[in-house]
Write a protein that binds this ligand. Sequence first.
Ligand SMILES: Nc1ncnc2c1ncn2[C@@H]1O[C@H](COP(=O)(O)OP(=O)(O)O)[C@@H](O)[C@H]1O
Ligand SMILES: [Mg+2]
Length: 211
Amino acid sequence: MAALSAVDLYRFFHNGDAETLALRGVSVSLAAGEMVALLGASGSGKSTLLNCLAGLDEPDGGHVDLLGQRLTRRPEAERARRRAAHVGILMQSHNLIPVLRVMDNMVLVMTLANRLDRPRAPGHASARPAQLSGGELARAGLAVALAAAPSVLLADEPTGEVDAATEQQVFQVLAAQRAAGTAILIATHSEALAAKADRVLRMHDGRLVDV
Ligand SMILES: Nc1ncnc2c1ncn2[C@@H]1O[C@H](COP(=O)(O)OP(=O)(O)O)[C@@H](O)[C@H]1O
Ligand SMILES: [Mg+2]
């Protein structure tokens, strides 16, 4: 069973008379312990795909299965509950709640996932997000995304704003998580990161194209 699978996803956005076909029949499957890189120009549909895979957004066609159970077209509360329990999400920024210390951000994520154990304190556990540098913020965001030991990690340009050294550190955390069995999908512009993935997918105009 795939950790996450999507079949024939379509997503259209309407803005007045203009229609954007953001996803045009995307099928993708992630196995446990697999790291997949998703490359594609800006506007090709990567974020839209990740949002649909996470159940944050509903596709207009097709469906997503998380751990063998349908996620698409379930009530929002149910999607949120299953996302909290099984999916780690890492955005390019704004991963942390600003008024909470890093540690409390982790506790919150674990509480939503019904995990009652205490998290292992990450670096800068007592800092608030505004006190961290870009690289520290990226690593703290990753620690929070992984706090509830998700089966699936969806990362949207996690190293888009960090230097090469931080990118390497982020990769090491991702690699350890992959070894622990998490299925990882990373939307990225970094060819260096993509070269270390098990598989590379490329998006163009809302479709996956052959690499
Ligand atoms: N909420 C939205 N409303 C209207 N258009 C959107 C919305 N989200 C994304 N789009 C459009 O869908 C296309 C794909 O965007 P996106 O998924 O953000 O691409 P990427 O992450 O690869 O840069 C773009 O043309 C974008 O403008
Ligand atoms: Mg994007």
